[in-house]
Design a protein around this ligand. Structure first.
Ligand SMILES: C[S@@+](CC[C@H](N)C(=O)[O-])C[C@H]1O[C@@H](n2cnc3c(N)ncnc32)[C@H](O)[C@@H]1O
Length: 216
């Protein structure tokens, strides 16, 4: 068990943090009860914190938005409550997507693994990605898939779990990826994240290099 997982009190979160590598089965199993655990027990506020920043950066309510790793749809529900009506969700967990579907706030929902490029024809005015990036995978380099589908100058607003940020040395890896031309970092903000576990987070605002297609 990693040092991080042993300092987390919630059993399901501990299982997620303890697992090295992919956690697809854990997300599938958590779809039922996720919202109650995250909001009720863990004090999850990442979707609201990133959502607030999103409102400032993307004022146009008709913007075509990708909610990447939408899970049960907390981010989509936040955006819908603030008037966005062209929000598209992807996630690799069918059970998570099923819960999101029930909210009726997405223009479309689809299965997609974020460690892979999005379809070539995909294009968005903004990307919101909350609660997905932490420990790997998906890894820092996979952020290039998100900026690759953005119209020029449009933002990807992406959270990173604060524990993962420290443990994986995101600051160094982000700088390396930016130097390699995967994306441009506009700003990094510290946010509240899992308040009852004392875990903070970061929000990255990224865009793609005008001269590249994001490496896809
Ligand atoms: C902590 S939940 C966050 C869900 C939602 N964005 C929120 O804020 O509540 C993490 C989500 O990322 C999804 N996920 C993790 N790795 C993924 C990958 N490689 N491709 C697509 N989705 C992934 C999981 O299935 C899960 O729904």
């Amino acid at each position: 068990m990693s040092k991080t997982s042993s300092t987390v009190s919630h059993p399901r979160l501990r299982r997620v943090y303890a697992r090295e590598g992919d956690k697809h089965d854990l997300w599938d199993a958590w779809a039922d009860g996720y919202d109650a655990d995250l909001i009720g027990e863990l004090g999850y506020v990442a979707h609201e914190q990133a959502g607030e920043l999103f409102l400032n950066r993307v004022p146009e309510r008709s913007a075509r938005v990708l909610d990447a790793g939408c899970g049960t749809g907390l981010g989509g529900a936040y955006l819908a409550a603030h008037g966005y009506h062209n929000v598209h969700g992807v996630d690799y967990s069918e059970p998570m997507l099923e819960v999101a579907r029930g909210r009726g706030v997405y223009a479309s929902l689809a299965v997609h693994d974020l460690t892979r490029p999005l379809p070539r024809e995909a294009h968005y005015d903004a990307v919101l990605c909350v609660g997905v990036f932490a420990f790997f995978p998906p890894a820092v380099g996979d952020l290039r898939h998100l900026v690759a589908v953005l119209e020029p100058g449009c933002p990807a607003i992406v959270t990173v779990n604060g524990r993962g940020w420290v443990e994986k040395d995101w600051e160094r890896l982000l700088a390396e990826e930016q130097r390699a031309g995967s994306f441009v970092i506009d700003s990094v903000h510290t946010i509240a994240y899992l308040t009852r576990e004392g875990i903070d987070g970061r929000v990255l605002v990224l865009h793609r290099e005008a001269s590249t297609n994001g490496g896809v």
